[in-house]
Design a protein around this ligand. Structure first.
Ligand SMILES: NC(=O)C1=CN([C@@H]2O[C@H](COP(=O)(O)OP(=O)(O)OC[C@H]3O[C@@H](n4cnc5c(N)ncnc54)[C@H](OP(=O)(O)O)[C@@H]3O)[C@@H](O)[C@H]2O)C=CC1
Ligand SMILES: Cc1cn([C@H]2C[C@H](O)[C@@H](COP(=O)(O)OP(=O)(O)O[C@H]3O[C@@H](C)C(=O)[C@@H](O)[C@H]3O)O2)c(=O)[nH]c1=O
Ligand SMILES: [Mg+2]
Length: 282
């Protein structure tokens, strides 16, 4: 398939380019497609001969979004809507990535795709606006909610932990936020496997997160153990790590629908972490 990808430098976009395989990937960076200009992005789709469009770009600075909610809402809300409408007009599927942060984080049960959403921060609200706009466009689409994305490139928790361990023997990390770390490579592979299957009768909102669910503190310990660092991780409650944006405590997601409908397996993030650590060493 000929796939038009918005995003070039981000974690998922880079893996889409690397994992493209038999697909022909046309990836657009900010210089070619600025998501703060919704109409320009829609026009690019209108003029393209792509078989499907993947939006892998987003405003992802969770804390900064508290001060820039209007801009985050254009990039994460309005523009995905405009993209989805342009795809619907052309009759091609639109694949969009969303987040666990659309949920309020109450309870301990894994969230199912149809569970009620109630974002607790500006980033989550902007991503929810995107989901709603994509659905309203009425075309064939996939909204893939994922969480805690990591890779060898860009900014992510794995790279932050490795960087901090260079100068610190001990770190305090929140132990009461639970979720599924997900490798950008696994997300890219899932999107590429799903794209050819989407159509009028197949698609919608799905969850895709690495298993098993863990706390950020457990994730940090696994990063240090696998990379042979002796930095110690002390558990702290979220209340001891104040941030501008409130984060959900329960980010567990129920992902079985994706396997049922698209035959995509749910990855074990520990295997993906081995791979990312190898990539970072090389
Ligand atoms: N990171 C995470 O933990 C999670 C991410 N997601 C979702 O997954 C998707 C991919 O995220 P991820 O790969 O981590 O993203 P990154 O944070 O790694 O990268 C964001 C990308 O978006 C681009 N971008 C930001 N603003 C604009 C703009 N105005 N115009 C054009 N491009 C822009 C950036 O380009 P530039 O380099 O030029 O800034 C960059 O390529 C997003 O939809 C995100 O919401 C969901 C759950 C967790
Ligand atoms: C660096 C550090 C972070 N933390 C905490 C803060 C936070 O609760 C958690 C993770 O930190 P981050 O900055 O990676 O969190 P954050 O950027 O909010 O990660 C989120 O990004 C967006 C884009 C998503 O969609 C989410 O799925 C999620 O991945 O770890 C510590 O407890 N100790 C530390 O030393
Ligand atoms: Mg972050």
């Amino acid at each position: 398939m000929k796939l038009l990808v918005f995003g070039k430098t981000g974690q998922v976009a880079r893996e889409l380019i690397l994992q493209g395989g038999a697909h022909e990937i046309m990836a657009l960076g900010r210089d070619q497609a600025d998501l703060s200009d919704s109409e320009a992005c829609a026009a690019i789709i209108a003029q393209s001969d792509a078989d499907a469009v993947i939006n892998a770009a987003a405003y992802t600075a969770v804390d900064k979004a508290e001060e820039e909610e209007a801009l985050a809402t254009i990039i994460n809300g309005d523009t995905p809507g405009a993209m989805a409408r342009a795809c619907a007009v052309k009759g091609i599927p639109f694949l969009h990535v969303s987040t666990d942060y659309v949920f309020d984080g109450e309870g301990e049960k894994p969230w199912s795709p149809n569970d009620p959403v109630a974002p607790q921060n500006a980033y989550g609200r902007s991503k929810l606006a995107g989901e709603e706009a994509v659905r309203a466009a009425g075309g064939a689409h996939l909204i893939l909610r994922t969480s805690w994305v990591f890779s060898a490139h860009g900014n992510n928790f794995v790279k932050t932990m490795l960087r901090l361990s260079e100068t610190r023997d001990q770190l305090t990390v929140v132990a009461d936020q639970i979720g599924g770390p997900t490798a950008a490579r696994d997300i890219a592979k899932a999107l590429l496997a799903i794209a050819p299957q989407l159509g009028a009768r197949k698609g919608g909102t799905f969850h895709f997160a690495g298993h098993p669910a863990v706390s950020w503190a457990d994730f940090a310990r696994e990063i240090f153990e696998k990379s042979g660092r002796d930095t110690q991780v002390a558990d702290i409650p979220t209340s001891d790590y104040p941030t501008p944006a409130k984060r959900p405590l329960n980010s567990r997601m129920e992902c079985s629908d994706l396997t049922k409908d698209f035959d995509v397996d749910i990855p074990d993030w520990r295997e993906a972490l081995d791979e990312v650590l190898r990539d970072l060493e090389a």
